[in-house]
Each structure stands twice: as structure tokens, then as C-alpha cells.
Design a protein around this ligand. Structure first.
Ligand SMILES: *Cc1c(COP(=O)(O)O)cnc(C)c1O
Length: 397
């Protein structure tokens, strides 16, 4: 069947919450995707920073297939071996103490928000605690996660949101300090803002927040759902600042495409007790076997080394392109999470790139975002860069 016929069928039954690009993908191989008509696409989006290991990493596929044959689900009323193993590996790689597995990034944020509220009530018994979040942040679409997402455009039609959220300026410690009062129980932010347009936090900002949270007995929550799991060139972007959060949210690349997220706490923030929180599927044997394999592959297959090598090469290539085209205003990011900011909305450039067989996605603030699989090679960067240049020329006359 032709792509067009599938799209027509899809539009009849799928709730229209996305203006989808007119492509119907069928299968993936390495860093390439193929549509139902057999056309090949170089993937520089990785399913929105999810498919870190690319398509069909053998170790990952085998681990998931073996678990399908063994046991998929039991609920959290019991223990299961893959969840214990995945949690041990995740604790080790993050430096945190405890894990709660979720089905998505958004749910990891929900858990982090509940942790903050519980921490506050344990501290002083008040029920009017506040959380400080950042402008231009993105933390998800459920009512809690949406409430800490600093983008009025996403929030407008869904008020009232949860109460007690205040928004500070990213990378501006004084603006955070100005919002702190005796009700503040937590500060939440992305160490690299993703959807907001690829803005890395200054190390001094994260260090200042750490000190402020310690001084005022507030929890510091890092959302590394997009920038974590090796994407920044370190396992977690907060490592660049040499500080640790009290609560850490991860997802996306953790499952390499399987729906799994997690929030982790240190012992101080391990305040949720039986009855406080739960999930039917969260951390089931299938997704945990996948996440466990992902963490092994990071150990054994030199993923971080590749991110640093190819990330530096991508930086150099994008700098060359930036120097050539005055419509490009800025270039930001680290490792394999980089963005080019244009004078105008670059969506037409990204669409033209897809027509030319390279998948590029945008972010807020007129940004084209580069979040390829972490196993991408230099020759793929060259292939992408050549198409990008042609598309900039075609679309910015
Ligand atoms: C994608 C994302 C989320 C939401 O994750 P979902 O898995 O889509 O629920 C939250 N925070 C950040 C930083 C993200 O990039």
C-alpha cells in the first residue's frame, strides 16, 4: 500500500494532536529509517532523542526478545529480576541511591513533583509549598508536568494548573533567589534545555542552585530526560558542573525505544513510602530487560567515546555552516545535542531535508535540533551537512 493511503486511513482514526510530516516509516537499520515505499532516510532525530543505540543493536534486540519469551509483566506487588538489575545499574551510573521506574518521561516528572511536595510536608507540615521552575522549560504534558513547563502556549487552554509553581529565568541565579520564600520546597530544571531551543546551563548556575537548595533545605531536581544518557558527552549533563541533584528524572534513551522512564532520589529525598505512589506497568520485566541491556551497552560498546568524537566533529561542521549563512544566528549545545538558531522559523528547511532523505527536527526559538542516534559516525555527519546546506540555500533566498 502507498504511503498516501496509510496517511488517509490514519487521519480518520487518530486524534489530530500532531501535524505529522507526511512520511510512513516501516523499518530501521543502524542510523537509517525506511518508509513503506522503500525510501531511505538518515536519522538525525532518533525518535526525539530516544533511539540512542540506533536501530537493531543486536545485544539490545536479543535481550528484549529473550524477555518476551520469559516474562513480560507481573505488577509491582512482587519483585522481578530485570527491574532489580536495571535499578542497580542505573544507581551506579547516576550516583543516586534509589529508583522508581515509570512508563514515560512525563511520569518521572510527576514522581519528582510528588517527592518535592512530600519532602516539604515532612519538613514543616505546611500544605502550601511552592516549586520554582524555569521559563522556556519542557517537562511533559500531564497536568503536573505541564504546570512546571515554562511555556504559556502549552498551558493556556488547560487552566487551572496545579498551584504553587513560580518561573525563574534560566541561567540567572538571582532570579531564582528572588522567588525563594519559606514555602519553597524544590527547584526543577533541565541541565540542557531541549524543547526550549538547546540551552546548556552554565556550570556556575547549577553550582549556585546546589548551594541555594542546601542553604534553604529545598530539593534540587534535574530533568535529564532528553540531555541525559550520554547525549551531552557525559553520562549526565550535570556532571559538567560537578554537582548532583536530589532527584533525577530520566527516560528517552534509557529504553532505546521501549516505554520506560525513572526518577531517582538520594537517601535524603527518598521520602515516598508505601501508599504514596505506584504504577501498574512501571518497571515491568520487559522494559527493564531492555534498559538493563542499554546500560550494559554503554559500558561495553564505547558509546560515550563515540558521542565525544562525533559530537566534536558535528560541532565543527555546524560552525562551518554557520559561518557561511548569515541567516544562522547562534549555535549551541554539547556532544550530540546541538542546535542552530535561525533568524526565522526553520521548519521549511527541516521539511525540505526530510524530502531529501535526512530527518531533522526543530525546537522552540527558531532552532533546528540535532539529536541523532549516539552511534552516528562522521560520514553520517558529512551526509547530513551536505543536505542541510542545500536545503538552507533552497529555503532562505
Ligand atoms: C521528552 C521530555 C519529557 C517528557 O517525556 P515523555 O516521555 O514524552 O513523557 C520531559 N522532559 C524533557 C526534558 C523531555 O525532553
Amino acid at each position: 500500500m502507498k504511503a498516501e493511503a496509510y496517511m488517509e486511513r490514519g487521519e480518520k482514526v487518530l486524534l489530530h494532536t500532531y501535524n505529522r510530516t507526511p512520511v510512513v516509516f516501516d523499518r530501521g537499520e543502524g542510523v537509517y529509517l525506511y518508509d513503506v515505499e522503500g525510501k531511505q532516510y538518515l536519522d538525525f532525530a532518533a525518535g526525539i532523542a530516544v533511539f540512542g543505540l540506533g536501530y537493531h543493536n543486536q545485544t539490545f534486540d536479543n535481550a528484549v526478545k529473550a524477555q518476551v519469551d520469559k516474562l513480560i509483566h507481573t505488577s509491582n506487588l512482587y519483585y522481578n529480576v530485570p527491574a532489580i538489575e536495571a535499578a542497580e545499574k542505573l544507581v551506579k551510573v547516576t550516583g543516586m541511591d534509589r529508583v522508581f521506574f515509570t512508563n514515560s518521561g512525563t511520569e518521572a516528572i510527576e514522581g519528582a513533583i510528588k517527592t518535592a511536595r512530600k519532602y516539604g510536608i515532612n519538613k514543616d507540615g505546611r500544605t502550601d509549598h511552592e516549586i520554582i521552575a524555569m521559563k522556556h522549560s519542557f517537562h511533559g504534558r500531564s497536568m503536573g508536568a505541564l504546570s512546571v513547563t515554562g511555556n504559556p502556549h502549552y498551558q493556556e487552554d488547560f487552566r487551572p494548573l496545579i498551584g504553587g509553581i513560580r518561573f525563574a529565568e534560566y541561567n540567572d541565579l538571582d532570579s531564582v533567589r528572588a522567588l525563594v520564600n519559606d514555602r519553597t520546597c524544590a527547584v526543577i530544571l533541565e541541565p540542557i534545555q531541549g524543547e526550549g531551543g538547546i540551552y546548556p546551563a552554565d556550570p556556575e548556575f547549577l553550582q549556585g542552585l546546589r548551594a541555594l537548595c542546601d542553604e534553604k533545605d529545598m530539593l534540587l531536581i534535574f530533568d535529564e530526560i532528553q540531555c541525559g544518557m550520554g547525549r551531552s558527552g557525559k553520562m549526565f549533563a550535570f556532571e559538567y558542573a560537578g554537582v548532583k541533584p536530589d532527584v533525577l528524572a530520566v527516560a528517552k534513551a534509557l529504553g532505546n525505544g521501549l516505554p520506560i522512564g525513572a526518577f531517582l532520589t538520594n537517601e535524603k529525598a527518598a521520602v515516598l513510602v508505601p501508599g504514596d505512589h505506584g504504577s501498574t506497568y512501571g518497571g515491568n520485566p520487559l522494559v527493564c530487560a531492555g534498559a538493563s541491556a542499554v546500560l550494559d551497552i554503554f559500558q561495553n560498546e564505547g558509546i560515550l567515546e563515540n558521542v565525544n568524537e562525533v559530537g566534536a566533529y558535528l560541532w565543527k561542521k555546524l560552525e562551518e555552516i554557520r559561518a557561511k549563512y548569515p541567516v544562522i544566528r547562534d549555535h549551541r549545545g554539547k556532544g550530540l545535542i546541538q542546535g542552530l538558531e535561525f533568524e526565522e522559523n526553520p521548519a521549511p528547511i527541516a521539511q525540505e531535508a526530510i524530502r531529501n532523505g535526512v530527518i531533522l527536527i526543530t525546537a522552540e526559538n527558531n532552532v533546528i535540533r540535532f539529536v541523532p542516534p549516539l552511534v552516528i559516525r562522521k560520514e553520517h555527519v558529512d551526509e547530513m551537512a551536505a543536505v542541510l546546506e542545500r536545503c538552507i540555500e533552497a529555503k532562505t533566498k
